[in-house]
Design a binder for this molecule. Structure first.
Ligand code: UDP
Ligand code: MG
Length: 317
């Protein structure tokens, strides 16, 4: 396809979990914005990720009213990463744009992204230049996470870029070839590579509804990110173990010499107890980290599907 002149199909893919309050505004703004972009057709693929409110009803009403809207209903809540994988697989477009339902990702940016795609880029990242709508704690933990992740992992994940981005059909096909069940999408996006451009935007506050990510969820998400893309946390225990062993040998030699020179010295209960407790703790941490990886291997070998589709609504373009 000659991108400069083609009339591509753009698939906007939207994971939705308990978003009944924001969806009407979302559709209004997004369809207006997409209609404004010259020379493209579009479809909107919404994935209902097991919502407990009226999200599905709202989506189905939208789908009946507008033939460009399609709905994929998952059998339960599988989490955003799985919902996004489902949405990308379902999309038919030459261009795929994942976007959050809460209007924190401004749809006005999509026109600029498409322009970059026409120039030949396969990935166009939307970078947040201003995260002041997030709490200071979230900003700090996010930046600490990126720094740690990018130190440990071979493929750096770009900081301040969420899942809001443009990917070409080629990138979506590459993503479909990655078989893992634990899907840290930001990492997978980075792993597949391809020529990448950036556009910048201001992160807005949520238009309605509440965030779905608690601190604990984000912590687990961060663990997921690091363990999916690096084995360093596991390998480092070899070195810690070797270091402790060398210290122990030095200490043993010191004790032998001291005993030979000054004779037997019985007291030493406190240092013994400290050493045992310290080493016990260090070993448990090591085993815990091993457990993180073994647990992930366990989930991968079960080969369960990433999500289960309960229903499909709306006709494919
Ligand atoms: N989401 C989802 N499944 C979940 C949690 C979230 O599909 O289990 C969707 C949610 O509906 C929204 C997007 O993921 O479209 C981002 O969620 P949210 O805005 O709550 O995250 P935040 O912006 O606070 O990080
Ligand atoms: Mg949000």
């Amino acid at each position: 396809m000659d991108r400069a002149t083609a009339a591509p199909l753009l698939s906007l893919v939207v994971p939705c979990y308990n978003e009944q309050d924001v969806l009407p505004q979302f559709f209004a703004r997004v369809t207006a914005e997409l209609s404004r972009i010259d020379g493209i057709d579009f479809e909107i693929v919404c994935v209902n990720d097991g919502s407990r409110d009226q999200t599905l009803a709202v989506l189905l009403a939208a789908c009946r009213a507008d033939a460009r809207i399609r709905v994929l209903d998952l059998s339960r809540n599988f989490g955003k990463e799985a919902a996004l994988s489902a949405a990308i697989q379902e999309a038919r477009g030459d261009i795929i744009v994942p976007i959050d339902a809460d209007l924190q990702d401004p749809p006005e940016l999509i026109g600029k992204m498409v322009a970059k795609w026409r120039e030949g880029y396969d990935v166009v990242l939307a970078k947040r230049v201003d995260r002041s709508s997030d709490t200071p704690l979230k900003r700090w933990t996010a930046s600490a996470f990126y720094r740690l992740h990018n130190k440990l992992s071979d493929v750096p994940v770009p900081e301040n870029a969420g899942d809001f981005r443009l990917i070409s059909r080629e990138v979506a096909d590459a993503l479909a070839m990655l078989p893992e069940r634990h899907r840290f999408m930001k990492g997978l996006f980075a792993w597949v590579g391809f020529p990448t451009a950036e556009v910048e935007y201001m992160r807005e506050p949520r238009a309605a509804g509440k965030t779905k990510f608690s601190f604990w969820k984000l912590w687990n998400f961060a663990l997921e990110g690091v363990t999916s893309f690096s084995t360093l946390p596991m390998r480092i225990w070899t070195y810690i173990g070797a270091f402790v062993a060398v210290c122990a040998i030095l200490r043993a030699v010191m004790l032998v010499i001291r005993t030979m020179v000054w004779g037997v010295d019985v007291p030493g209960y406190a240092s013994l107890a400290t050493a045992i407790l310290l080493l016990g703790g260090i070993q448990l941490i090591g085993i815990g980290i091993l457990g993180e990886y073994v647990g992930r291997i366990y989930f991968e070998v079960k080969q369960r599907p990433i999500f289960i589709v309960k229903g499909r609504y709306g006709s494919r373009v």
